[in-house]
Design a protein around this ligand. Structure first.
Ligand code: GDP
Ligand code: MG
Length: 177
């Protein structure tokens, strides 16, 4: 899906973080393989998936790392963050607690990652509007205050997943060019 036998101009490591069950693995699966599963198993072992895209006539291999059920506070190791140039910080719009934990994730990220890392805040499961527990405005305000990009996504309906990755990858691309 999107991968062709071409030379690679850049490899960008991007990490996915956020509470368990917010949809990180499904966001990745949607982006890397255009697949979605409603009964996804908890991820076992650190793993990443890649997809190669073209940005401004250069081929960019996005190497997206997914946490492996280590989503407890401080359980994600520094090896996970090493070399990351981008981060997607995800919460579930129907789970207030997953949004309330975002400042912790941000603190952990800023403690481990490169200080120039590009970060996007992702409010996932926006297809479940009738169960919404976090307003778009609250999240946008938080993102602005912290200098993060922000989008609401649905891995289920494929809403904004592509845009979220393109936003972060294009920003990284512009920084290195
Ligand atoms: P993770 O623990 O953050 O990796 O979360 P998963 O990707 O395993 O997803 C947890 C559960 O939420 C699974 O049952 C998914 O099918 C479901 N899920 C993930 N993304 C969405 C979404 O955008 N909409 C809805 N309705 N469910 C989702
Ligand atoms: Mg997972």
């Amino acid at each position: 899906y999107g991968d062709t036998s071409q030379k690679i101009d850049y490899v960008f490591k991007v990490v996915l973080i956020g509470d368990s069950a917010v949809g990180k693995s499904q966001i990745l699966s949607r982006f890397a393989r255009n697949e979605f599963s409603l009964d996804s198993k908890a991820t076992i072992g650190v793993e990443f998936q890649t997809r190669t895209l073209v940005i401004q006539h250069k081929s960019v291999k996005a190497q997206i790392w997914d946490t492996a059920g280590q989503e407890r506070y401080r359980a994600v190791t520094s090896a996970y963050y090493r070399g990351a140039v981008g981060a997607m910080l995800a919460y579930d719009i129907t789970k207030r607690q997953s949004f309330d934990h975002i400042p912790r994730w941000l603190e952990e990220l800023r403690g481990h990652a490169d200080k120039n890392i590009v970060i996007i805040l992702i409010g996932n499961k926006c297809d479940l509007e009738n169960q919404r527990a976090v307003s778009t405005e609250d999240a946008r305000e938080f993102a602005e205050k912290e200098g993060l990009f922000f989008l609401e996504t649905s891995a289920l309906e494929a809403t904004n997943v592509e845009t979220a990755f393109l936003t972060i990858l294009t920003e990284i691309f512009n920084i290195v060019n």
